[in-house]
Design a protein around this ligand. Structure first.
Ligand code: SAH
Ligand code: SF4
Length: 372
């Protein structure tokens, strides 16, 4: 059986090559060709012995997810759609800014956690993405952005940051996510610092502990409510891992985190979680956790039952948190001419849960807004 080399981090590639009589340094060479230079043609890997190239041709393939569409918004935000087979389409978004370029990637086709304000969740769940499909989004985006020609030592990278905030719950696909993260951090592959790679989770407590122990990158936690009653309604996984346990897991994570704070994401839902009283409750709840807040104006999608909080309400919420000394930012909405917003990433998923009662979705190529 052929191996997809994009599924292998350094340790697995070393083991695969050792099984085939090759020395460990070959793994570093192959990793550089595959990931740093984006090369998938074994014949072009010129510093690799011809005998190894022949072996690789016989035993291995390099297969990223197929790029179906690449749309650029007026402000430079760019959305990639990938075919991951079986009728499933996933999405990544590239957000260029003055001082950084961030790629937002997906970890599952759909999501089983069913948050009430999230389009991905409302689609249901098909399957976990493989390592090659997760890291392959980065591989493909770098090709499309012309980033594979970067010179060693060049300080500004086209993709300087990666956030696992696309479709799916990364910590529900922990093994593949960790292997993909290791590749992102590997100096011979993408060489990103742990501070520049962020995992966003809705709060799978045991998996947060495992991530901390196996590959502690920057952490964002989707909080969205200051008490269990409201959070149970918005983020159903809260019924299993309530706020007290979630915040304790955040403190444990911080012992090994590359940054000395957790980012709490908070979607702003008009009249639901955006009152002054709830902002104060939020401050009391998170008092003992070093944190920053990132408020996300709700992005509507067809059939959603919420409205975005008005700008004045969002400003007031920022003011209450900031005045209490908590650094609070609001996510900008960008690229409204293409469809790629937080929580709107829908691609196409053949739901395997019974939740949606549907077997397929049409591609939403014309929905609005990109949220960064
Ligand atoms: N499953 C992970 C990561 C993917 S979602 C998580 O939930 O954290 C990335 C972020 O988008 C999360 O903070 C999520 O709550 C938020 N989000 C989901 N739906 C949204 C919507 N309709 N509008 C704005 N943000 C949304
Ligand atoms: Fe899944 Fe995150 Fe959407 Fe919740 S917000 S349904 S965890 S992708």
């Amino acid at each position: 059986m052929t191996v997809n080399l994009l599924d292998l981090d350094a340790a697995r590639l070393t083991a695969f090559l050792a099984d085939n009589g090759e020395k460990p340094f070959r793994a570093r060479q192959v990793l550089r060709w595959l990931h740093r230079f984006g090369q998938r043609d074994f014949d072009a890997m010129t510093d690799i012995a011809k005998s190894l190239r022949e072996k690789l041709k016989a035993l291995a393939v390099v297969v990223p997810p197929g790029l179906l569409a690449d749309r650029v918004s007026d402000d430079g935000t760019r959305k990639f759609l990938f075919d991951v087979g079986g009728g499933n389409v996933i999405e990544s978004v590239f957000i260029p800014e003055l001082d950084r370029g961030t790629l937002c990637i997906s970890t599952q086709a759909g999501c089983a956690l069913d948050c009430s304000f999230c389009s991905t969740g409302k689609q249901g769940f098909n399957r976990n993405l493989t390592v090659a499909e997760i890291v392959g989004q980065l591989w493909q985006a770098r090709q499309a952005l012309g980033a594979c020609q970067e010179q060693k030592g060049q300080s500004e990278r086209v993709i300087s940051n990666v956030v696992l905030m696309g479709m799916g719950e990364p910590l529900a696909n922990l093994d593949n996510t960790v292997t993909a993260l290791r590749l992102m951090l590997d100096d011979h592959a993408y060489g990103l610092s742990r501070r520049r790679v962020t995992v966003s989770t809705s709060g799978l407590v045991p998996a947060m502990d495992r991530l901390r122990d196996e590959c502690a990158v920057a952490l964002a936690v989707s909080l969205h409510a200051p008490n269990d009653r409201l959070r149970d309604e918005l983020v159903p996984i809260n019924r299993k891992y309530p706020l007290r346990e979630l915040l304790a897991a955040c403190l444990r994570y911080l012992e090994k985190a590359p940054r000395d704070f957790v980012t709490f994401e908070y979607v702003m839902l008009d009249g639901v979680n955006d009152t002054d009283a709830l902002a104060r409750e939020l401050l009391a709840l998170t008092r003992d956790v070093p944190c920053k807040f990132n408020l996300i104006p709700f992005n509507p999608f067809p059939g959603s039952r919420y409205r975005r909080s008005p700008a004045t309400r969002i400003r007031r919420f920022v003011e209450l948190l900031s005045d209490a000394g908590v650094v609070t930012t609001t996510r900008k909405t960008r690229g409204e001419d293409i469809a790629a917003a937080c929580g709107q990433l829908a691609g196409q998923v053949l739901d395997r849960t019974q939740r949606t009662g549907r077997r397929s979705f049409v591609l939403h190529l014309d929905r609005q807004e990109v949220c960064t």
